[in-house]
Design a protein around this ligand. Structure first.
Ligand SMILES: C[S@@+](CC[C@H](N)C(=O)[O-])C[C@H]1O[C@@H](n2cnc3c(N)ncnc32)[C@H](O)[C@@H]1O
Length: 545
């Protein structure tokens, strides 16, 4: 059997680059490393080919397809995902964006800053950050006349002002929907989207959005809405306080508090920040305008298509709908390359997580057709439903892909059943496994699995649609004899590497056995690691440090 390069070697070759520039404009969960996605597109498709991603998320594959002169088809059930993809690609003259920003600034900055005014010794300042512990205002930051950041105790006027706002009195649109109850993402069904924000920040946001919605030019309006949704997380109560070691000032000990950032889900920490919404918006705007200026000089042009046929004379077709419904309308053998990263079981309920964005954007959301396993009981989304729907989409991919063309599936699971289901899904199709690899996460990815056994990379499985499938079914190997094979693969890995984390060993064993059309249960591999190699791995890792 021919062995692939060791995992660490692979990692060196295929290091995920961080999201800077255009890739850093807006958050999305499980964004894929653009440079690695680009490598796949270059390898498996040609210029002017039609590249499809039926679960395109924030559109990394779509952007890379466009930047490498392909025609891109992106589908996602999440309105926010299609909106983000479209705005990431939008090319707008930077001067027009800057002019519009100045107009928004004229209309909003002063009024919004008044919501945070702070009076000290007869002078008025603007509050930038407020620290709340449940319902009590604990600390207030503002900038003084010399531009110095002052951290102080709130006085009764500060508290009175902060508490003078109420959701009921907000005169503009703000989202009133209730979250689905899902403890995994800290979402409580008694909670409304607006309650993720203090009443003052909800007011400021609704005022700002109202102003943005009045922009006549559709392109600019969308871009500033994009800037608005990108601002929401840091303007919410979900921003935690980092308590750093403080210092003695005289003989009084002063704690040092820093701004954390919003993490996955709807966790509102007991101690949280309320950040001046105008400042949050300006920070995001600066990042976006910088990226848009860089992007303006890139050599591409967007021509939107209304359907697949239109792609002859255009290069981008984006659809906000379920992958299954959409693909059913595509003719057989019509797509040159498919690359996709489907939802991974119960890891991330995208529509529930995106509710904060979709509700502010007033989007209608099709929760019923999402492919997901959700803890929110009222949604009835279980593993069986997930497998059936994902299987149907993969069968559609098989149908729409041209013969002798490729399909790359980015896949991540530690669960035996999920792997087996995937292998069952492709069994009766014309898709034949050609290549397996691993793909690291970008350092700045929102999704990092840091459990000891957490997968710190994805698998990439590339299939070819063949005319006639040979009998190349992937065999599940079980039992004592097969354990010896697992052991020898692990031995091999340990000989080739001078450090070994569990996920690297797993990657190596799975990648190499799949190459031979064999598959071991992940739980079997893990138990062999524990029973036979734990001591050796510890020793190996200690030698490195
Ligand atoms: C793993 S994410 C893709 C992330 C993407 N690779 C990126 O770089 O941003 C999976 C996506 O599948 C979408 N999705 C879930 N069910 C879907 C369905 N039935 N049809 C289309 N998209 C769906 C989710 O909204 C989510 O954006």
């Amino acid at each position: 059997m021919e062995h692939a390069a060791s995992t660490t070697e692979l990692e060196r070759q295929f290091v995920a680059e961080s999201y800077t520039g255009i890739y850093s404009m807006h958050k999305y969960w499980s964004k894929k490393p653009f440079n690695l996605i680009r490598n796949f597109i270059l390898k498996y498709s040609n210029e002017n080919d039609v590249v499809l991603d039926p679960f395109c998320g924030s559109g990394i594959s779509i952007i890379e397809a466009i930047l490498t002169n392909r025609k891109a088809v992106g589908i996602d059930i999440n309105p926010a995902a299609i909106f983000i993809t479209s705005e990431m690609l939008a090319k707008i003259t930077p001067k027009e964006i800057e002019n519009e920003f100045s107009r928004i600034q004229n209309d909003c900055e002063k009024k919004m800053n008044e919501l945070y005014h702070v009076e000290r010794n007869g002078k008025t300042f603007v509050g930038t950050h407020y620290i709340w512990a449940e319902d009590n205002l604990k600390e207030i930051w503002y900038v003084n006349e010399n531009g110095k950041k002052i951290i102080g105790n709130p006085n009764s006027d500060d508290t009175k002002l902060a508490k003078s706002f109420s959701y009921e009195n907000i005169p503009y649109y703000y989202p009133k929907a209730k979250l689905f109850h899902n403890s995994r993402i800290n979402a409580n069904s008694n909670m409304h989207v607006y309650e993720l924000f203090t009443p003052r920040n909800a007011y400021a946001l609704s005022f700002l959005l109202n102003r943005i919605e009045s922009i006549k030019n559709q392109e600019l309006k969308n871009l500033f809405k994009f800037c608005f949704t990108a601002t929401l997380g840091q303007a919410s109560k979900m921003v935690f306080v980092i308590n750093k070691r403080g210092k003695f000032n005289g003989n009084k000990y002063q704690e040092k508090k820093e701004v954390g950032s919003w993490v996955i889900g709807y966790w509102i920490p007991k101690e949280n920040f309320e950040i001046n919404v105008w400042n949050c918006f300006v920070l995001r705007y600066k990042r976006i305008i910088k990226a848009k200026k860089e992007q303006y000089n890139l050599d591409y042009e967007i021509k939107l298509a209304d359907n697949l046929k239109d792609l002859k004379d255009s290069n981008l077709f984006l659809i906000n709908n379920s992958a299954l419904t959409t693909l059913k309308q595509f003719p057989d053998d019509s797509i040159d390359y498919v690359i996709t990263d489907p939802p991974h079981g119960n890891r991330l309920p995208y529509l529930e997580l995106s509710m904060m964005w979709n509700e502010w954007l007033r989007k209608t959301v099709n929760y019923d057709d999402e492919i997901v396993v959700s803890e929110a009981r009222e949604r009835g989304k279980n593993l069986e439903n997930y497998n059936i729907l994902l299987g149907k989409v993969i069968a559609e991919i098989d149908r729409v892909l041209k013969p002798d063309h490729y399909f790359t599936l980015v896949f991540n699971s530690l669960d035996d059943e999920t792997w087996q289901n995937l292998l069952t899904m492709v069994k009766d199709l014309r898709l034949e496994l050609q290549n397996i690899g691993t793909m690291g996460y970008s350092a700045t990815s929102v999704v990092q699995d840091n459990r000891r056994r957490g997968l710190k990379s994805d698998f990439t499985l590339t299939f070819k649609k063949v005319k006639i499938k040979q009998n190349l079914e992937i065999k599940l190997l079980e039992g004592e004899i097969e354990k010896t094979k697992v052991k020898s693969l692990i031995e091999n890995f340990l000989t080739m590497n001078n450090k070994a984390e569990t996920y690297q060993i797993l990657n190596y064993v799975i990648t190499n056995s799949l190459k031979d059309k064999k598959f071991f249960r992940l739980t079997d591999v893990l138990s062999v690691i524990d029973s036979d190699f734990e001591g050796r791995i510890k020793q190996l890792n200690q030698e490195v440090h």
